[in-house]
Design a protein around this ligand. Sequence first.
Ligand SMILES: [Zn+2]
Length: 850
Amino acid sequence: MQTAAPQKIYLKDYTPPAYLVDSVELTFKLAPTTTRVLSRIAFRPNPDAQSRDFFLHGEQLKLISASIDGVSITPEITATGLTHTVPNAPFVFEAEVEISPETNTALEGLYMSNGMYCTQCEAEGFRKITYYPDRPDVMSVFTVRIESDLPVLLSNGNPAAKGDGWAEWHDPWPKPAYLFALVGGDLVNHPDRFTTMSGKDVELNIWVRPGDDEQKCAFGMAALKKSMKWDEDVYGREYDLDIFNIVAVDDFNMGAMENKGLNIFNSSAVLASPETSTDANFERIEAIIAHEYFHNWTGNRITCRDWFQLCLKEGLTVFRDQQFTGDMRSHAVKRIDDAVVLRAHQFREDNGPLAHPVRPESFVEINNFYTVTVYEKGAEIIGMLKRLVGDDGYKKALDLYFDRHDGDAATIEDWLQVFEDATGRDLSQFAKWYSQAGTPRVSITDSYADGTYSLTLSQHTPATPDQDEKTPMVIPVAVGLLNDNGDEIVPTRILELTEATQTFTFDGLASKPVPSILRGFSAPVILEHDQTNAERAFLLAHDTDPFNRWDAGRTLAQDVLIQMVREDATPDTAYLDGLLALLRDDSLDPAFRALALSLPSQDDTAQALVDAGETPDPTAIYRAHEALTLHIAQHLQDTLPRIYADMMVTGPYTPDAVSAGKRSLGNRMLTLMSKLDGGKQASQQYATADNMTQQLAALASLLKIGKGADELAAFEQRWHHDRLVMDKWFGLQVSCAAPEDAAKVAAKLTEHPAFTMKNPNRFRAVFGALKGNTAGFHDPSGASYDLLADWLIKLDALNPQTTARMSTSFDTWKRYDADRQTKMKAALQRIAETPNLSRDTTEMVTRILG
Ligand SMILES: [Zn+2]
């Protein structure tokens, strides 16, 4: 079916639904290409509506029959839905439609993955299941009957009844259609139980396909129970059904989905074992399980009025999962990890053609707005609010939010109102964080006279697409002061920057202090602070704020790299000596030391050069990174073996934060040692490792020095049966390839029998890694641009959502020299001109081209 011309939808055009739904009864008769869906929907006119037009969303549905109050009707059908005249009173609409899950490769709506039926409805997938007002502000109670000879049949809510070949589920909590879920398959479960704070017994299950996967559920189950307990302890939120099901699915467009009582997970985000998963996988799984569970309150019980409010549930829930991970592991390390992600991805988005406010004002395809800006910057806004109103104010506001809006489809205005009501604070200027796109830059000047230190902060946000004029934001800047000995003389306090320029003073100081600014990364801004390398090295050695201590090292490394790119310089010894002192300081957390020894990404260096008004050359940046890594290895070489040996964890593998931190620093040592010993230690680690973290790190160290062919073959031989491990095998070869080989390596992997573009994880393993290999992606030949464009064009016909997301690899095209720009633009235009290109990809490519 041809879809209508893409329409832009605007936040300002929101109108309430014409009809509300009191109850929904659905019957699914599952069959791979001819599933029948019978619906019985009780409608009533919405007293707040501005029109009485009856419209139900529906796409790619074959309507078999329809009726209103039992009388058969022939509604008008378009590419996007169904209309008909209806009574101006409550009525029952019934329909039977036919859909084909097996041929649904877009993985939206009801589809099949390895013989299992499953669904993905957020944001607008339910309209591919049946005719319905598919918008989040229409909430209803669902009763679902599934008919199939498959042994396991699941839906939302509590089990109601079952028999041979059928099962019924009833969800007592009103919900929008995007939270609907259904699973049917031959599955086995890993069961457990949880007793809630009020003593209610809840049945927990993680469902997987039969095979060795059952062994991989224990960690996820433990993470679920920790999440349930944490949400009770920290937010006072209790689970509200008798059962909580998680299902692992191999083919999934995203990480996981918080459907009420039936979370569906990408198998990569739930299955874990020491032999097959890295420490990073374990941490990610714990965080995603927590995130989806936390949505039960922030997303499900209180949902979004419309998709422009997506950050209402996502920003808050990401913030909550960040708090959880900090509590479970280390707040300092978590904050650094989050800042790394934000700077690498969100700042990049804010700096390019895809920049948009945390609450966008328009979209063509909402799937294109599940972005780092909505999620991660959305979470940063919550963190700033908490900093501004304090922990008590935050708690009061959240309690009021849950009290006032439980059962609502809410807005950002509702969210800010509870903070104003709970704390008395005026948030009208703060609200701009939701509407103004772009990363604010805060510049610093300071002076000292007669015991008074003056700090002048100025803010400026560069223009972004559709937003030329920017006004000052409320920016909480956490500042502490140190004396020359490195003692903290003024502990952290929050300066509220609300004007374009403001001066803050500190009295009674004996000498000019060294300022430590934006402690804990207190706002998602770029700091412009002219400091000498000696001052940065001083903060790297002495700052009492762990984030800023790390950041001083990172900024120093960035300056050193930029020097090296510009003039082939040798690195400043202040930096190398600072790293050595830090590495030898055994009082520091190994995880922290590992982070401090990591360089900024090559993409970060490219952006730093753009900020300095230069055109970055990815090849030169790559060479500078390689040269600096070698200098670091040489400067630290006497210490590397000692630390490497100290970081060896004895006894059986456990994924806890302390052991993971040690492995992280040990592996960092290994990478540096490999630069000097030709891979001797890495080969040995590969041969003896009993866990994936050390095995994969050893393989990466070897590949990065052009070795490891035998290990790569042995790895494939050992793990060819395991999809998730093979994703690592595919990805690592591309990410570790020399720049000039990256496109060739990726192209060759697409010919491997285990490569399939029907599986998003596999496609992302290869092409996500190609994007991540910055110099390889931007190799002057343009081979990577062409290869990615070829594959995106093929993938679009099957899976528009993943295609559109992967097209963002090109979003930095305007940064580069004329030759690279021409090549990237040609690749983008070739995608744009593809006949029948999806709405998702059309919107994305058009925005990137600008
Ligand atoms: Zn979420």
